[in-house]
Design a protein around this ligand. Structure first.
Ligand code: NAP
Length: 322
């Protein structure tokens, strides 16, 4: 089968299409024919070596498709079922071996493409607004990169819990998308000091939480946006990693809370994984959350997908279609 293979870490040019032999599924595993693989920012960290992985490897942690074969001891899933997953390595491929415990069968009304687009970023939005800072009616929260893959879902998730959302984006087109997703206010952080603007918009109080997946360029000023005892949820680094932080900064900022969460810790048990998936898919099928697929690429164009993502040219979700 065809798969993208990274043999050495580096820029997007190290993403090469290759022919790969896939092993048989073992106990508790499925062989899935992939209909769509999600592209996520973390894939760029694996490719560049920022998050080290053993070489060679096939990138991608998210996908959806049709079960073609079952290993021994698989129950509750049949050949022909449509399933999706997040946090299983090797999705930039025509097929993948996936543990049955890590897939979710797709409910009626959720296509392979929507599932592949929603899993990793949708579950992330879900744990951020339910478990990292549980948004409640009346909260004002700040969402950076609000027109991005996580961003658009996070805006909708926070709004559906009754929050008021201030989003940041870099362009007018992205501003329009963030507003369409429900953002009450949108700041062009490339043109305006967003912390000054947040203070103005909140009457000097600040926000209850900042959801910051941008990192280096926004982290410090994000702390200035928080209300007393506010929550700084640093969940990514699309502009680069944040340098070490002096805890005293949290004290003078107003007894702030800083966390650096990651999805794996919020879907570690089957029970929690299924609960979050059920809530996500219910929100999608009920129309409370719309998944925007910003671009689709053939597997051979994974390089282009990474260039576009890192070049800040994308909105919503990017999919590879094998
Ligand atoms: N911790 C977790 O559990 C978890 C899970 C999923 C994703 N994440 C993180 O969430 C973040 C967003 O991921 P995503 O896949 O949804 O990507 P994305 O937000 O669709 O794309 C990144 C966006 O970040 C903004 N950005 C600001 N400065 C940038 C820079 N110097 N270079 C590139 N982009 C820049 C851009 O939006 P503007 O043009 O509007 O500025 C860009 O479109 C990433 O940091 C990712 O690692 C974390």
């Amino acid at each position: 089968m065809d798969a993208v293979v990274v043999r050495e870490t580096g820029g997007p040019e190290v993403l090469a299409l290759d022919e790969v032999e896939l092993r048989e599924p073992r106990s508790g595993e499925l062989l899935v024919e992939i209909a769509a693989a999600g592209v996520n920012y973390i894939d760029t960290y694996h490719r560049s070596g920022l998050y080290p992985k053993d070489l060679p490897f096939t990138p991608g942690n998210e996908g959806a498709g049709t079960v073609r074969a079952l290993g021994p001891d698989v129950t509750g899933i049949a050949v022909g079922d449509h399933v999706a997953w997040a946090e299983v390595a090797g999705s930039y491929a025509q097929q993948a071996i996936v543990p049955a415990s890590k897939v979710i069968p797709l409910p009626a009304g959720v296509t392979d493409e929507v599932a592949a687009a929603a899993m990793l970023q949708g579950l992330t939005a879900h744990y951020l607004v339910t478990s990292v800072h549980a948004v409640k009616p009346g909260d004002t929260v700040l969402v950076h990169a609000a027109a991005g893959g996580v961003g658009l879902l996070l805006v909708q998730a926070a709004k559906s819990r009754g929050g008021k959302v201030i989003g940041t984006v870099s362009t007018a087109a992205k501003e329009a998308l963030a507003r369409e997703a429900g953002a009450d206010e949108v700041i062009r952080y490339t043109e305006t000091d967003f912390a000054e603007e947040v203070k103005r918009l909140t009457g000097g109080v600040g926000v209850a939480a900042v959801y910051d997946g941008v990192g280096k360029d926004t982290f410090d000023r994000s702390l200035d946006c928080l209300a007393t005892r506010g929550m700084m949820a640093l969940f990514g680094a699309s502009s680069g990693p944040v340098p070490p932080v002096d805890p005293q900064r949290l004290n003078v900022g107003g007894s702030l809370v800083l966390t650096r969460p990651t999805l794996g810790h919020f879907i570690a048990t089957q029970e929690e994984f299924r609960w979050r998936c059920d809530e996500l898919f219910s929100a999608i099928t009920a129309g409370r959350i719309t998944v925007r697929i910003g671009a689709r690429y053939p597997l051979a164009d994974a390089r282009q997908a990474h260039e576009d993502l890192e070049g800040r040219r994308t909105t919503g979700k990017l999919l590879l279609i094998p």
